[in-house]
Design a protein around this ligand. Sequence first.
Ligand SMILES: Cc1cc2nc3c(=O)[nH]c(=O)nc-3n(C[C@H](O)[C@H](O)[C@H](O)COP(=O)(O)O)c2cc1C
Length: 171
Amino acid sequence: MNILILQGSPRANGNTAWMAEEYRKAAEAAGHKVTLVDVAHKKIAGCMACEYCHGKGNGACVQKDDMQELYPLLAEAEVLVLAAPIYYFTLSAQIQAPIQRIYNMNKPGKLKKTALLASSYSPNVYDGAIGEYRGIISYWGVEDTGIVTAKIDEQKTDATRAKILQLVEKL
Ligand SMILES: Cc1cc2nc3c(=O)[nH]c(=O)nc-3n(C[C@H](O)[C@H](O)[C@H](O)COP(=O)(O)O)c2cc1C
């Protein structure tokens, strides 16, 4: 399948980046085509709610920032993996912006399946992120292949790698 991973931590060697990379390696080994985008180091502004996309823009976003690189990838993605650290009990701002900029597409056209990878310091801090994730995939009507979380003592471990591999096996 054609897989797009959005990695939303600013820490290039951090836990989220590790999870995203483990998913990429496992998916490529299974024969999938994978594109991993470090959205935390892209210039992607929040949606302006100008409704240009739903009017004169005919689906195009009026904002000409790095999101323009992502739109063709989103249009072709059959699987979307969201990878983000937990900041204040929800997904990081760095991944919220690209998620909300999908507003112009309503739903990525070829998307069938999703997964969520998230890391935090503490346990029991994922309800906000998981609620948002479940809401979005229900709105899109796509299949959840699963969620892997990693709090401080679960980060960069064989157990977390094994859970990520299980997600890839559901594709
Ligand atoms: C701005 C900010 C807010 C955070 N908020 C939380 C939080 O609410 N709960 C928590 O357990 N960890 C919180 N953390 C810790 C990160 O989620 C944790 O260190 C995570 O593993 C970082 O992922 P990374 O290594 O991919 O950057 C916060 C970190 C930052 C920088």
